[in-house]
Design a protein around this ligand. Structure first.
Ligand code: AMP
Length: 187
């Protein structure tokens, strides 16, 4: 089963994606985690990605499309995965659709975590204190939210016709939201 968790920065994608992946016994694939690890290791990918990430912008598609292709080709992701943080652009969505279709799969569920903007900023700043992420400052948070609205929110219209898009209220407790996701996914 392939599930996409879609939502603004701070909407809880990482937290809910982890719980969901553990429950279903499938990997969680997060491009943000992969990029942060690459930055930490100082790989060529990390060195290229860092300035975009630090500015709160998306890493360009010509880099991310290769990354997505490689991640979805790993044996671990052969039969399922929870996609966290990608696709984030129309080109990424088209690639994911195509790669899954080529293997007889599709996104079974697209979960849209719905959280209002004041709460998103509050959570991002909270996370900054806890995790010390370099892109979690107030100014970067607003930039990332603007980029989300511009580039990623339109994916809702991309997935709506597939009939598998569910809007999940993301304002409750971690447990409440996880329960709602379980209800929607059916397991
Ligand atoms: P995240 O942890 O998903 O919020 O990602 C942190 C940062 O990594 C983003 O602000 C982007 O700079 C970059 N990033 C992660 N995933 C993608 C993606 N699918 N496309 C472009 N940039 C990404």
């Amino acid at each position: 089963m392939f599930i996409l968790i879609l939502g603004a920065p701070g909407s809880g994608k990482g937290t809910q994606g982890k719980l969901l992946a553990e429950r279903l016994g499938i990997p969680k694939i997060a491009t943000g985690d992969i990029l942060r690890a690459a930055v930490q290791k100082g790989t060529p990918l990390g060195r290229t990605a860092k300035s975009f990430m630090d500015a709160g912008n998306l890493v360009p598609d010509h880099i991310i499309l290769d990354l997505i292709q490689a991640e979805l080709a790993t044996p671990a992701a052969a039969d399922g995965g929870v996609l966290d943080g990608f696709p984030r652009t129309a080109a990424q969505a088209e690639l994911v659709d195509r790669l899954l279709a080529a293997r007889g799969h599709r996104l079974n569920h697209v979960l849209l975590l719905d959280v209002d903007e004041t709460e998103l900023v509050r959570r991002i700043l909270d996370r900054a204190r806890i995790e010390g992420r370099s892109d979690d400052t107030a100014e970067k948070a607003h930039q990332r939210l603007a980029v989300y609205q511009r580039d990623t929110a339109p994916l809702v219209a991309h997935y709506a016709p597939f009939g598998n898009l569910h809007r999940v209220p993301g304002m409750g407790t971690v447990d409440e939201i996880a329960r709602e996701i379980k209800r929607v996914v059916g397991r």
